[in-house]
Design a protein around this ligand. Structure first.
Ligand code: DON
Length: 333
C-alpha cells in the first residue's frame, strides 16, 4: 500500500464515521417527537422518570463509539440484566445443569406470565421473569452478600467501572413484587429452585435495580458481540463457549411476545427492559444500546424498537440478509 492509499483510506474512513454519526443524529431527531407508549407503572419508582429521555449508543468490537442524546443518564437495567445473569449461571453450572432448571422455549406470552412447562415443570426460558428468578437462584456464594458481590463483579467486567444499585427502585420492586413471589413459590413447589426463596428474589430485584447508562448498555452488548471480551478494557466478561447459548435465547425470547416479529424485521439477538432500555448484538461487529422509557403494550421501548428497525434496515444488519452486509459492517467502514 502506498502513502497515497493510506491517506485515501483514512479520509474515506473519517467520512464514513461522520456519515454514520449523522445517521444516528437523524434517527434521534426523527423519533424524539414520537409520543406513543406509556411508562411502566407497576413498579411505582419507574413511573417517576422523564418520558422525554432518549439516547442511542453503538460500540464496535474495535472500540469505536457513536452516541447521541441523553447517553449519560442513569436508569435501572431491569430485564436486560437477565441476559448476563444467565451467562453467569452457565459458567458456574454448565449447560446441561442450567437446562435442567430453565428451558429455552419462547412462551408467546407476556414477560410476567405465571406459566411453567407442563411436562418438565421448568420455566420456559431465562428471559421471562419466572426463568430469570430460577437462573438467579443458581448464582453461587456462601450467603446473600457474597452472591450479590459476585454478581456485581460480573456486571463490572462488562461495564468496566463500579456498579451501583438504585435502592429506591429495589425497595419498590421488593414491596410490590407479589407476582414474582408467587412464581418463585410455584417453582419451589416443583423443586426448580431451592428453599432460599426470599434470597433469590432479593438478588433478582437487586440485579433489576443495577444502574447503567446508554453507553454502558452498548458496551455490554459489544462485549457479547466480541466473543465475551470487553472491547474497551480487554477483560474477559464471559467464557466464549457460552456466547452462542446466550445469543440464541436472546434471539428467540429476548423481546417476549414480540420476539417473532422482531426476529423477522430486525433479525438480531436483543433484550429489552421495562425501564426503557434495549440492547442489540451484531455478532462480531458491534453492540447497540437504546434508551427511551415509554413502552408499548408488550413492554418494549417504543422509540427503541423504531430505532433498531431502521438501523438494521439501513446497514443490512439482519443475520439472514443474503447480501450479508451485516456481517461485513466493519469492513465497509
Ligand atoms: O420482574 C420485574 O417485574 C422487573 N424487575 C423486570 C421486568 C422487566 O424489565 C421486564 N421487561 N420488559
Amino acid at each position: 500500500m502506498t502513502n497515497q492509499d493510506d491517506v485515501e483510506s483514512v479520509i474515506s474512513q473519517s467520512e464514513t464515521v461522520t456519515l454514520f454519526q449523522s445517521f444516528l443524529n437523524e434517527l434521534h431527531l426523527k423519533y424524539k417527537p414520537l409520543s406513543n407508549g406509556a411508562l411502566a407503572n407497576y413498579i411505582p419508582e419507574l413511573a417517576k422518570v422523564d418520558p422525554e429521555l432518549f439516547s442511542i449508543c453503538l460500540i464496535t468490537v474495535d472500540g469505536q463509539i457513536y452516541s447521541v442524546g441523553d447517553y449519560h443518564q442513569l436508569f435501572t437495567m431491569q430485564s436486560i440484566s437477565k441476559v448476563f445473569v444467565y451467562g453467569m449461571a452457565l459458567e458456574e453450572h454448565g449447560r446441561d445443569y442450567v437446562l435442567s432448571k430453565v428451558g429455552v422455549e419462547p412462551t408467546g406470552e407476556g414477560f410476567n406470565s405465571i406459566i411453567l412447562d407442563e411436562r418438565s415443570k421448568r420455566p420456559y426460558n431465562p428471559m421471562v421473569n419466572a426463568g430469570a428468578i430460577a437462573t438467579t437462584s443458581l448464582i453461587q456464594g456462601s450467603g446473600p452478600t457474597e452472591r450479590l458481590n459476585r454478581m456485581l463483579g460480573m456486571f463490572r467486567r462488562y461495564i468496566g467501572h463500579d456498579i451501583f444499585i438504585d435502592i429506591s427502585v429495589f425497595m419498590s420492586e421488593r414491596t410490590t413484587g407479589h407476582r414474582n413471589r408467587a412464581m418463585a413459590h410455584l417453582m419451589r413447589n416443583f423443586g426448580m429452585i431451592d428453599e432460599k426463596i426470599d434470597e433469590a428474589l432479593d438478588l433478582y430485584f437487586q440485579q433489576c435495580s443495577v444502574l447503567v447508562n446508554c453507553h454502558d448498555l452498548a458496551l455490554m452488548a459489544a462485549t457479547l458481540a466480541n466473543k465475551g471480551i470487553n472491547p474497551l478494557t480487554g477483560e474477559c466478561a464471559v467464557n466464549t463457549c457460552y456466547i452462542k447459548d446466550i445469543l440464541s435465547v436472546m434471539y428467540t425470547c429476548g423481546m417476549y411476545n414480540f420476539a417473532g416479529e422482531w426476529a423477522y424485521k430486525v433479525g438480531l439477538p436483543a433484550k429489552s427492559g421495562v425501564s426503557g432500555g434495549i440492547i442489540v448484538i451484531v455478532p462480531n461487529q458491534m453492540g447497540i444500546g437504546v434508551f427511551s422509557p415509554p413502552l408499548d403494550e408488550r413492554g418494549n421501548s417504543v422509540r427503541g424498537v423504531k430505532v433498531c428497525e431502521e438501523l438494521s434496515q439501513k446497514f443490512g444488519l439482519h443475520l439472514f440478509d443474503c447480501s450479508m452486509n451485516g456481517s461485513n459492517f466493519l469492513e465497509t467502514q
